[in-house]
Design a protein around this ligand. Structure first.
Ligand SMILES: [Zn+2]
Ligand SMILES: [Zn+2]
Length: 253
């Protein structure tokens, strides 16, 4: 059952709502099953934090625009070192730091693997960013979403579960890469966002290089396999394609 998702439109309605904000709202209600009032608490906390970050020139609009996990954690560090924030947090019975920590856990994809079935509830159509937003030339790719997709896949290559990688220093886990099955540059051809979980595949570094630079026959094979695994999820996200159309997007047949 889908619950109402609470994102209060701020100011005018056409304002762009970041994908991460939309996913986070779903995550809190559908995955974590939190009550509407706790969800509201978490959002209020992040709204307040966003204001502070804006005042410090750390973001343009809100915390959800931070697409890179390292950057997000850096920002958290800066906030925690800020005595005004510490005071505010103390007065608010640590609601701000709790809200921020919760968001950081979400952003790092914590528990995505364990809650696999529920995470699939996050496959919803998302409107692509308005062309008028900040950088209009480059569609921003979200490093946070790549990490979440890799967590979701349990650090195994989606082309072959046994594919070996090496252990990354960053987290002591197999090094994997997130790949957009339908390249973001093709966004103008689609009316729903391509920067969605359903379109991000976890690949070992060899498969990732191969899908970009390998032989046409190999790339075609990989795209067909990805289609078999992902077509339903993509459809849930409003991206509907036949197998031939899907493969033809990146491999000229
Ligand atoms: Zn790629
Ligand atoms: Zn692989």
């Amino acid at each position: 059952m889908k619950k109402e998702i609470i994102i209060e439109p701020q100011g005018n309605k056409t304002e762009y709502v970041s994908v991460l904000k939309e996913y986070y709202a779903r995550y809190l209600t559908d995955v974590r099953n939190l009550s509407q009032s706790s969800v509201k608490h978490y959002f209020d906390a992040l709204n307040n934090i966003s204001k502070r970050l804006k005042a410090k020139n750390l973001v343009q609009t809100d915390i959800y625009e931070i697409g890179d996990l390292k950057q997000l954690l850096r920002v958290r560090k800066i906030l925690y070192a800020d005595t005004d924030f510490a005071e505010l947090d103390e007065r608010g019975r640590r609601m701000y730091s709790a809200g921020l920590n919760n968001y950081c856990r979400f952003a790092s994809g914590e528990g995505f693997r364990e809650a696999k079935d529920k995470i699939l509830l996050l496959d919803i159509p998302i409107d692509p960013k308005e062309a008028v937003t900040v950088e209009q030339s480059a569609w921003k790719r979200s490093g946070i979403m790549r990490i979440q997709a890799i967590e979701f896949a349990g650090y195994s290559c989606e082309i072959g579960q046994k594919h070996e990688s090496f252990i990354a220093e960053r987290n002591n886990k197999p090094y994997m890469e997130g790949h957009h099955a339908i390249p973001i540059r093709l966004q103008p051809k689609f009316d729903k966002s391509l920067d969605v979980y359903a379109n991000i595949i976890c690949l070992c570094p060899i498969c990732h290089r191969r899908i970009h630079y390998g032989l046409k026959e190999d790339r075609k094979q990989m795209m067909m396999q990805i289609y078999d695994n992902r077509s339903r999820r993509l459809a849930q996200s409003g991206i509907r394609l036949s197998k031939q159309e899907f493969v033809g997007l990146t491999v000229k047949i």
